[in-house]
Design a protein around this ligand. Sequence first.
Ligand SMILES: Nc1ncnc2c1ncn2[C@@H]1O[C@H](COP(=O)(O)OP(=O)(O)OP(=O)(O)O)[C@@H](O)[C@H]1O
Length: 219
Amino acid sequence: MRLIAENLGGERGGDTVFSGIGFALRDGQALVVTGPNGSGKSTLLRVIAGLLPVAEGSVRIEDGGEAFPSIASACHYLGHHNAMKTALSVTENLRFWRDFNGDGHIGVEAALETVGLGSIGHLPFGYLSTGQRRRAAIAKLLVSHRPLWLLDEPTAGLDKASEGRFAALMTRHCEEGGMIIAATHLPLGLDKAEELRMGLPSPLWGGSIREAERGGGLE
Ligand SMILES: Nc1ncnc2c1ncn2[C@@H]1O[C@H](COP(=O)(O)OP(=O)(O)OP(=O)(O)O)[C@@H](O)[C@H]1O
């Protein structure tokens, strides 16, 4: 399977945020998106996920087979928000997402154990601390199998131990043939990842067009 972006552009509120982005990811590869605040990292992830329209160019899945014919069917999107109902228990939330997205490699209880929340699945999601909420959202990636993980600041709020656990999960996902695109200001422990650096507008341009350059190495 390949994820291919060609001359990709994205807009917010009618203004161009980035343009001319191109990359190709294949099974097992990861891309880390970096850049200053407002450079368009979240916008790029949302465009790839199909949550915002493509302003120019294209982004597509190739060779996804019958199971994953499109990015929408192939991706998990973990945004800044955790997309959980505060009144439902952690377990109920994860069961909902498993039923909605389809079964994964591991069950809800095992996923909670994996992120170190095995003892609090019965609690309402709203009772959890910030870091615990993020860990529960990470468990969502595990209860349904999707080969492409789109992650926006995935480790925000995590303690050191949880960061390490998540780095191991991402590495395993790639070793099993998955793909990851992660926007971050923090090192994620993805040693083999390529980097896409988003830039703020050049003062010479005097406009809102943002420049992005590829870290290189991907085909
Ligand atoms: N709904 C919107 N309408 C207009 N402009 C928006 C909207 N949402 C975001 N923007 C603008 O788009 C630009 C890119 O925002 P984006 O959230 O993609 O940046 P980012 O690189 O992810 O930033 P950060 O590092 O702070 O998370 C910013 O200038 C932001 O103000």
